[in-house]
Write a protein that binds this ligand. Structure first.
Ligand code: SF4
Length: 292
């Protein structure tokens, strides 16, 4: 109930009273990762892991700014540790301080046991496609999902040129897994240039039209309002109420902000959802409530 009331007040403050408070902070615990995915170069950024003390200071500071929603990310956050501290010590610290929702973004290759409120697991298509993009990990991830007792697990899937033709089949497969509550879709963002994964705007629009139809059949977490906003490619960006903290620096929206051309081709659709939720679009509000 508290997250719901917080969300409601946030939307009213933002939309009607024009108050701008930070909403979400992603905390990069480490850029280390146990995988080498085709689309990702975060492991090469070179920063050292955050210490537990640095994490506490960063969490305290965001709380003081008014933030109540924390996203723990990497690299792979489950590989992070500092002396006796593990990922769940960070989750517990944030909860203890008063954070209303703590979310983990993971590649799912390590056991998914956590007291975080929600876990998003990256799976980029059916077995052959996913393994081609992320290394041979599909079966291990599915095993970890089956073995997890967590009640709020979602799939994150980034659509690219390799998996774009199997989205329907993938939705059907994910719907058959009982302890997955839904899929959130992104599009590949060309952080490192328009590579072979990048989907051109016309094609992207065709896919979005198909996805609008899929929302009627499958457990897709993107709302119809969010997908329509993606079709128009017109959600607010960079989205200043969301930020990422990485080793001493806070980035508005994402770690690659400051490049208008990149933002124009951004595929980070969760920000389209937030934008539509703040505009009080019913389908976006309804979907946000599912995991917030
Ligand atoms: S690419 Fe731009 S719009 Fe997309 S997440 Fe990064 S800063 Fe935000």
């Amino acid at each position: 109930m508290r997250p719901f009331l917080y969300g409601l007040k946030y939307v009213i403050d933002h939309q009607l009273l024009r108050k701008t408070r930070p909403l979400i902070r992603g905390l990069v615990l480490t850029n280390r990762c146990n995988l080498r995915c085709r689309h990702c170069r975060l492991a090469t950024r070179g920063q050292k892991d955050l210490s537990f003390e640095e994490i506490r200071v960063a969490i305290d500071s965001f709380y003081q700014e008014g933030g109540r929603c924390l996203y723990l990310q990497g690299g792979e956050p489950f590989v992070w540790h500092d002396r006796q501290y593990r990922l769940d010590d960070v989750v517990d610290y944030a909860h203890g301080l008063g954070f209303l929702t703590v979310v983990i973004y993971t590649n799912g290759t390590l056991p998914i046991h956590t007291s975080a409120d929600t876990v998003f697991i990256s799976v980029d298509g059916l077995r052959t496609t996913h393994d081609a993009l992320r290394g041979k990990t599909f079966d291990r991830i599915m095993g970890n999902i089956r073995d997890s007792a967590h009640s709020s697990l979602y799939i994150n899937c980034t659509i690219n040129n390799y998996n774009k033709d199997e989205i329907g089949e993938f939705c059907e497969y994910v719907d058959s897994i009982d302890n997955i509550r839904g899929i959130f879709f992104y599009f590949h963002t060309p952080y490192y240039g328009r590579d072979e994964l990048y989907i051109e705007p016309d094609e992207r629009r065709r896919i979005l039209h198909r996805m609008l139809d899929y929302t009627r059949h499958y457990r897709i977490l993107n709302s119809r309002a969010g997908l329509k906003s993606a079709l128009r490619n017109q959600w607010k960006r960079p989205l200043g109420i969301c930020s990422v903290y990485e080793k001493g620096a806070v980035y508005e929206c994402c770690r690659y902000s400051g490049d208008p051309d990149l933002c124009q081709h951004c595929g980070y659709l969760s920000y389209a959802e937030i934008d539509q939720t703040l505009k009080m679009k019913p389908s976006a509000i309804y979907n946000a409530l599912k995991y917030f």
